[in-house]
Write a protein that binds this ligand. Structure first.
Ligand code: HEM
Length: 427
């Protein structure tokens, strides 16, 4: 076999399958061979060049001209004609959002839209996140057993996302289905029949986003990113277009919701698997911000991201032709021992944990990173204080929605002895 550039493809490169069980179970472990032996390789199955070392992944993120983000949300599996027709039926017209937009358009939009993400603005959301988290924990605190994903970690970030965007809270159950469909639609490998079902949900999601946007246009005086953007449109109609608003309305929900829900489930799973670390943060909650960063590094919720090569270039010394597509495996970069000492260990005292690339890097770096951090910190704060004796239900099998990029267990069963809850003993 030969790569797009004519280079021979090694047996491991040709066997690489990001939808197979090894990558689904543990992406950085599945590409360890690549970090060690062939850090930039062409995957004939995927039709992408795969980049796995820290320095190379960062260099690709840093140069968004040579490595265009335009394919970041492109469907990774070619769509059937039937699925395309289904999307068309709903008038689906997802256009550029910030994350997949080239310069010179991207930066002016990012500047106009970023104010609600600043730390001063985010402070206003903290009481809402705290209140929601407490309410959800209240519901199961005496039960002794819970699926944290179903009973808390999925819905709280969704509600926070809706508040942040300024969207009404109704239709949550439907939205949950819609956003799962969106992940499979974009990053998964659905069968032809599944594609149509997925497209139905994505189409409905799109229409729902449009309806809410119309509602908010009637009165855009409220808090939230969308009302803010509607007001910004009046001053910058050429920068913030209608199609743009509709696209960020839908993409914003996905960006803010699933990433954070998955990051929280990954973090709690990782900490409970590393009991001594969990106990350390129970004893000293001041360590929680470090724990959040270390969990994002070790088990982040975005495993890989994509870029399109716009001119003949090299990555890590390997020639890559113009037009090539890159899968940059940031989860692998985060476990590269060339950058992080003992990268597979969970170490709260690591001094460079924040160098992780889970939020990307450079001019597209995640705008919502501080909102996500706040949520994760509050979740850990509430759980370690109220349920320090929490443990994973033994022998459970963790399952993941098969896709290249968004990663978190579908369920996370935990158990504890309610009689030992500290608040009960010490009211
Ligand atoms: C962009 C990850 C939470 C909004 C991104 C990118 C990644 C990412 C990998 C692309 C970065 C790049 O190309 O360099 C995550 C993770 C999250 C998270 C892992 C949770 C743990 C959020 C939240 C919001 C959000 C809560 C919204 C409230 C955005 C936006 C962009 C973005 C608007 C596009 C920025 C741009 O292109 O200028 N995120 N994200 N994200 N994220 Fe997040």
């Amino acid at each position: 076999a030969a790569a797009a550039g004519g280079c021979p493809v090694s047996p491991r490169a040709s066997a690489f399958d990001p939808f197979g069980p090894a990558y689904q179970a543990d992406p950085p472990a599945a590409v360890r061979w690549s970090r060690d032996e062939e850090p930039v390789f062409y995957s004939p199955r995927l039709g992408y060049w795969v980049v796995t070392r820290y320095d190379d992944v960062k260099a690709v993120f840093r140069d968004n001209t040579t490595f265009s983000p335009s394919i970041a949300l492109e469907k990774i599996t070619p769509v059937s004609a039937e699925a395309t027709a289904t999307l068309a039926k709903y008038g689906y017209a997802m256009d550029r959002t910030l994350v997949n937009e080239d310069e010179p358009e991207h930066m002016p939009r990012r500047r106009v839209l970023m104010h609600p993400f600043t730390p001063e603005q985010l402070v206003h959301h903290e009481p809402m996140v705290r209140r929601l988290t407490r309410e959800y924990v209240d519901r199961f605190v005496d039960a002794g057993k819970a699926d944290l994903v179903d009973e808390m970690l999925w819905e709280v970030p969704l509600t926070v996302a809706l508040h942040f965007l300024g969207v009404p809270e109704e239709d949550m159950a439907t939205l949950r289905e819609y956003s799962i469909a969106h992940t499979v639609n974009t990053w998964g490998r659905p069968s032809p029949e599944e594609q149509v079902a997925v497209a139905e949900n994505v189409g409905k999601f799109w229409q729902y986003a449009g309806t809410v946007l119309d509602k908010l246009r009637q009165d855009p005086s409220g808090h939230g990113w969308i009302p803010y953007s509607i007001r910004a449109q009046r001053e910058h109609p050429d920068v913030i277009t209608d199609s743009y608003l509709h696209s960020i309305m839908m993409a914003g929900i996905v960006a803010a919701h699933e990433t954070t829900a998955n990051a929280a489930a990954n973090a709690i799973k990782l900490l409970l698997e590393n009991r001594s670390v969990w106990e350390e943060i129970c004893a000293d909650p001041g360590l929680i911000p470090h724990a959040v960063e270390e969990c994002l590094r070790h088990s982040g919720s975005v495993a890989a991201w994509r870029r399109l090569v716009t001119r003949d270039t090299t990555v890590g010394g390997v020639p890559i032709p113009r037009g090539a597509k890159l899968l940059i495996v940031n989860s692998s970069a985060n476990r590269d021992e060339r950058h992080f000492d003992h990268p597979d260990e969970v170490d709260l005292r690591r001094d460079n944990a924040t160098d992780h690339l889970t939020f990307g890097y450079g001019s597209h770096q995640c705008l919502g990173k501080n909102l996500a951090r706040m949520e994760l910190q509050i979740f850990l704060d509430e759980l370690t204080r109220r349920l320090p004796h929490l443990e994973l239900v033994p022998d459970q099998e963790f399952t993941y929605v098969p896709n290249t990029s968004f990663r978190g267990p579908e369920h996370l069963w935990v158990q504890w002895d309610p009689a030992a809850n500290p608040e009960r003993a010490d009211p």
